[in-house]
Design a protein around this ligand. Structure first.
Ligand code: ADP
Ligand code: ZN
Length: 538
């Protein structure tokens, strides 16, 4: 049965109650809806679970009821479109999708209904939107004044700085050029300042009002541990804190996904692998089981997660370090969408950093891009190395000031810190003198052997036992020195040159540390691994 526009209220508040069954808008939803309904462009930054969908669905319904026609929703994932359209159907909204799962006749039928004004919202993939056929359809709608709104979901996909770049999104600049009078709303759950600027530029949203919600997810408890025996650390974490819960374990490679799923299964957990190398049908089956059954642990690459709306994921673990804070935030954000307590747990080590850096250095990208990626990796490293509130650091990265949260590992269990300034200066000056005297660089192992005074063959061969810093850090363990090196990398006072056998290279920021102007604070746990008290009681 068709809706009769004249008799239905186009008031957003009425639509919220009558169509969606909610009493009140949340956060900035009302402002956003009103802005869009009155014809303004908007860029909405709201965390996962914040309620982005209503920000365009309510306007789409209101505009349709007010006789302004159809809204076009650009969405990158077929699964996501299907879920959304299904939910809208249940709410009695005339929504459809156009994508590769439809045959020709189905497509024709929907196009016909669009032209006859029988559809309120149509979801399309970005690649469909820029086809001549679809543009012609849009032209017709525009010419008869029945093109109400463009909504661009997951807008960060337009940015190559983001973690999920989709080249098809680039063509969306056509919306502004071809339909300058049709309002646009772009939405994303993640965008640091660089990505945000990129979205604005690429989508031509210079005049859009920006709605930036708090990115805090107070129910998520962040914890980052130093890698020692990562598999055992992860097992202990799951068995102690989430023995029967659903969770996701992110791994860097397909091989690692498989190994991890096996290990967890062997330990009696209910784990499944998920990565792009698996058959589509296997992936689908595992995803379905994860959504439907209780207590499944999904071991996955980052191929898993986008568009998966499971409210009761109780933990997200990273056994390998992600590429940057945006990725970390996005992936950990899949925990606790129901607002109940959830854990974001990550293990990291120097090898991860070296690995990620090598991937950046060896990528075919341009130097500017690589530089940006290195900066982002460093920011994540600084978060991992932080001895103060993780949440303050995390939100700070997104430009949001906050107070210590009381719900992260560092707040709950303030780490003991020790002053590594002196060791840092000795390490840096060793690197400096070798490069100056011998014109070559060395990796972390050699530098640490020198300051610890270990007369290895390689140390003697290069005459490094003659350096003035030889043996000056004899009292420190390798683990402690590794911690100092990591911290130096985190604060940008040291770089790893992956193109030259991972040799250590000084930077502009090294000088201040060498001069003792910048203190280097480290977690004492690096030297004395004391087991954390169990949090079972919480
Ligand atoms: P996002 O896309 O930002 O991750 P969703 O749009 O999927 O978030 O919304 C997350 C959940 O919050 C959904 O279950 C949605 O129905 C619910 N929700 C959104 N807005 C409201 C509201 N104003 N009142 C009650 N529930 C809401
Ligand atoms: Zn905190």
């Amino acid at each position: 049965a068709l809706q009769a526009p004249a008799t239905l209220s186009s008031d957003p508040q009425d639509i919220l109650q009558e169509v969606f069954g909610y009493d009140a808008f949340r956060g900035e939803q009302q402002d956003i809806v009103e802005h869009v309904c009155s014809g303004g462009d908007a860029l909405v930054l709201m965390p996962t679970g914040g309620g982005k969908s209503l920000c365009y669905q309510v306007p789409a319904i209101a505009l349709q009821r007010a006789g302004q026609g159809i809204s076009i929703v650009v969405s990158p994932l077929i699964a996501l479109m299907h879920d959304q359209v299904g939910a809208l159907h249940e709410a009695g909204v005339a929504a459809e999708f156009l994508n590769s799962t439809l045959d020709w006749n189905q497509t024709l039928a929907i196009e016909g209904r669009m032209q006859r004004g029988e559809i309120t919202m149509v979801y399309v993939a970005p690649e469909r939107l820029s086809t001549p056929r679809f543009l012609e359809l849009l032209d017709g709608l525009r010419d008869s004044g029945r093109l109400a709104l463009f909504a661009i979901d997951e807008a960060h996909c337009v940015s190559q700085w983001g973690h999920d770049f989709r080249p098809e999104y680039r063509s969306l600049s056509i919306l502004h050029e071809r339909y300058p009078t049709v309002p646009r709303i772009a939405l994303t759950a993640t965008a640091d300042t660089l990505t945000r600027a990129d979205i604005v530029e690429r989508l031509r949203l210079e005049d859009a009002r920006q709605f930036v919600s708090s990115f805090d997810r107070p129910n998520i408890r962040y914890a980052i541990v130093e890698k020692k025996d990562p598999t055992q650390q992860l097992l202990r974490f799951i068995q102690n804190e989430h023995p029967e819960d659903a969770g996701v374990v992110y791994c860097q490679s397909r091989k690692r996904v498989e190994e991890m799923a096996q290990t967890l299964n062997d330990a009696g957990l209910n784990a499944l692998p998920y990565h792009a190398g698996l058959d589509a049908s296997v992936r689908q089956r595992h995803q379905d089981r994860f959504l439907r059954e209780d207590g499944i642990v999904m071991c996955a690459t980052i191929a898993f997660g986008m568009g998966i709306d499971k409210p009761d994921v109780r933990f997200v673990a990273h056994i390998d370090m992600p590429k940057n804070i945006e990725g970390y935030y996005q992936e950990t954000g899949r925990a606790g969408r129901d607002g109940q307590p959830a854990d974001a747990w990550m293990a990291y080590g120097l090898a991860d950093v070296v690995n990620q850096r090598r991937m950046i250095d060896e990528s075919p990208a341009g130097e500017e891009f690589k530089q940006a990626m290195r900066g982002k990796l460093d920011a994540l490293l600084a978060l991992a190395e932080a001895t103060d509130c993780r949440r303050v650091r995390l939100l700070g990265y997104f430009g949001e000031p906050s107070q210590p949260c009381g719900n992260c590992d560092n707040c709950l269990n303030p780490p003991e810190v020790w002053d590594g300034t002196d060791a840092a200066r000795k390490l840096l000056s060793t690197i400096y003198w070798i490069r100056k005297q011998q014109g070559i660089g060395f990796g972390a192992g050699q530098i640490m052997d020198i300051v610890r005074g270990k007369p290895t063959e390689k140390v003697l061969q290069h005459g490094h036992d003659k350096l003035s810093t030889y043996g000056l850090c004899a009292e420190l363990s390798e683990a402690q020195l590794r911690g100092v090196l990591r911290q130096l990398i985190a604060i940008g006072a040291l770089q790893v040159d992956a193109a030259a056998f991972n040799t250590l290279v000084l930077t502009d920021a090294s000088r201040a540390v060498l001069k003792g102007e910048v203190p280097v604070q480290l977690r004492a746990s690096i030297s004395s691994p004391t087991p954390r008290a169990s949090r079972k009681e919480r």
